[in-house]
Ligand binder design. Structure first.
Ligand code: SAH
Length: 230
């Protein structure tokens, strides 16, 4: 594990989105990516729930990835993606604009389409997602207003995957971040939180990032403490 907490400044200085994507979001026939596929199945199940639909969805700590929005984009009209790190937002925008050299998400998109019943709809889903992501903005989950001087209209749903445990140095900060993120929602809005449990770090490309070690009940208590029903 890294000796110290790797804060937002470390992400900004040294997080390499291309290496991150290559390490964790490649999907090839030969070596199935169990962690990713499990997360995609969970997201598919959650975004199949009856109440989970509406106008606006905010993705907090999106990083350079889109997998977390592939099921969600069928349920919401407009999506706003937020992340602290400039190069991660740029990498995401590259895909959204379909620019040359953008990461190839097609195997992942096809897998989600298969979960939803028709693998052949992948191009349609890519088009839907590209159309629905309206803004990509900087945010800091440790700030009372995560989007800084910008105030967003309250959303119907917030999704956040693998961000808070990376962004928070201790449980008090994690609890605070959940309240900050909760404040982005309309009353009665939904939070879809994907968290890794019992990890203290993750590494790729010979770089190590810290991770707040969490137990399932700690997360549930913190989510309840931020005013949500679990
Ligand atoms: N959601 C993506 C990325 C997770 S990596 C996925 O599921 O793979 C963790 C992300 O948290 C990085 O993109 C990093 O830039 C972001 N991050 C770290 N500290 C943050 C902070 N204080 N506020 C907002 N985002 C932060």
């Amino acid at each position: 594990a890294p000796a110290t907490f790797t804060g937002a400044d470390v992400y900004q200085r040294s997080f390499d989105p291309r290496e991150y994507l290559k390490e964790f979001y490649s999907l090839s026939e030969g070596q199935p990516n169990v962690f990713l596929m499990q997360n995609l199945r969970s997201l598919h199940e959650m975004f199949s729930l009856d109440g989970l639909r509406g106008d606006t969805l905010i993705d907090v700590g999106c990083g350079p990835t889109i997998y977390q929005l592939l099921s969600a984009c069928e349920r919401f009209q407009e999506i706003i993606a937020l992340d602290y790190t400039d190069q991660n937002r740029r990498e995401l925008e590259k895909w959204l604009r379909d620019e040359a050299g953008a990461f190839d998400w097609r195997p992942v998109v096809k897998y989600v389409c298969e979960l939803e019943g028709d693998r052949e709809k992948w191009a349609e889903k890519e088009e839907t997602l590209r159309r629905k992501v309206r803004r990509v903005l900087k945010c800091d989950v440790t700030a009372a207003n995560p989007t800084g001087p910008v105030s967003l209209p309250p959303a119907d749903c917030v999704v956040s995957t693998l961000c808070l445990e990376a962004a928070c140095k201790d449980l008090a900060t994690f609890r605070g971040a959940l309240r900050n993120v909760g404040a982005l929602l309309k009353p009665g809005g939904h939070l879809v939180l994907l968290t890794v449990l019992r990890e203290t770090y993750y590494a790729f490309n010979q770089q190590v990032f810290s991770c707040l070690r969490l137990e399932r009940n700690t997360v549930e208590e913190a989510v309840e403490g931020a005013g949500f029903d679990v």
